[in-house]
Design a protein around this ligand. Sequence first.
Ligand code: NAD
Ligand code: AHE
Ligand code: ZN
Ligand code: ZN
Length: 374
Amino acid sequence: MSAQTLTCRAAIAWGPGQPLSIETVEVDPPKAGEVRIRIVATGVCHTDAFTLSGEDPEGIFPAILGHEGGGIVESVGEGVTSVAVGDHVIPLYTPECGECKFCQSGKTNLCQKIRATQGKGLMPDGTSRFRCNGETIYHYMGCSTFSEYTVLPEIALAKVNPKAPLEEICLLGCGVTTGMGAVVNTAKVEPGASVAVFGLGGIGLSAIIGAVMAGASRILAIDINDSKFELARQLGATDCINPKEHDGPIQDLIVDMTDGGVDYSFECIGNVDVMRSALECCHKGWGESVIIGVAGAGQEISTRPFQLVTGRVWRGTAFGGVKGRSELPDYVERYLAGEFKLNDFITHTMALDEINHAFDLMHEGKSIRSVIHY
Ligand code: NAD
Ligand code: AHE
Ligand code: ZN
Ligand code: ZN
């Protein structure tokens, strides 16, 4: 029997700056090439807060936010072959079609097959699968994991080992993969290198895990919130620095501490001034700085071009450069093999009704990741 429209609970962002509101929504069945999944758990990432704040130029309301989820396939649309009912999946805000120019290039994970409609909060056919009291509700980053059920294109699902707890591996849907991938895939940090990580939330701490995996000899962890340092040290940070405790530009201190600057730096905050510091703390001739943080509409980065003329490299990364369908299942296997832990990051778990508390904890600097259990 073909799937029918179902009703479930979801947290709706009705407008920028407003708390999320728990509502009953209608979720249409998956169309051709689409899959409806039951979300088991979802993390709350700073990017959800960024979009909710109104700073995101692509922010559309009303929408169902959330993009760091884990779920189980409930029904599949016509022609879907790569997943079946009951499969465990991680939604991908960076899909992998394997066919577009970007996928074919082998140079990037930024599949563009459905990017245009995804950025408009719509499915690839230009419509939404969500309604609330007759009103269209938009999708978010192609995922909308703050709903008990959501619909995604087949190309935006990574099928993963069902032995892995979705309540933990949901973090591989964004934060942990992004931080680790930035270090290992994007920067390709080599053994013995020195690394500076700016911002010690879920992304920055995962970058530290990546730096340890890569064999970095020195890992400088920088945050304005001292409470982040304990976990950073446990994960492998060798030096913890609070810029508030130092006069002068933080890049000058780091250059002094590291005999001319670090080999690699990672900006995991979304602050354009810190992005400049992260570039300028890199070693002359070869230091590379990777921007991970997302900055608001109208913000721009700047530095003296001489910084680049003299060999520093400025680059960025989305989802850690990871190709979700072909590479994410292996991250899950490595997690199952004990190569890295995820529950260190889960400082809070809660029900969907308490989701606004997760945003409060993030803004107060009290959480690394809150995970919503449905
Ligand atoms: P978070 O809020 O959990 O962590 C941010 C950390 O930065 C906090 O510990 C905070 O104290 C610290 N911080 C704030 N201002 C600072 C400053 N001036 N100097 C030093 N530290 C400072 O956020 P998160 O979920 O880890 O996300 C981090 C950033 O990464 C966000 O901008 C998010 O949107 C972005 N992000 C990007 C990608 C990507 O694919 N590029 C993926 C996920 C998240
Ligand atoms: N919509 C924003 C940019 C937001 C952004 O940069 N998103 C990252 C993922 S953040 C996950 O927590 C990303 O993948 N970007 C690549 C893409 O194609 O969106 C804006 O500035 O318009
Ligand atoms: Zn995210
Ligand atoms: Zn593609």
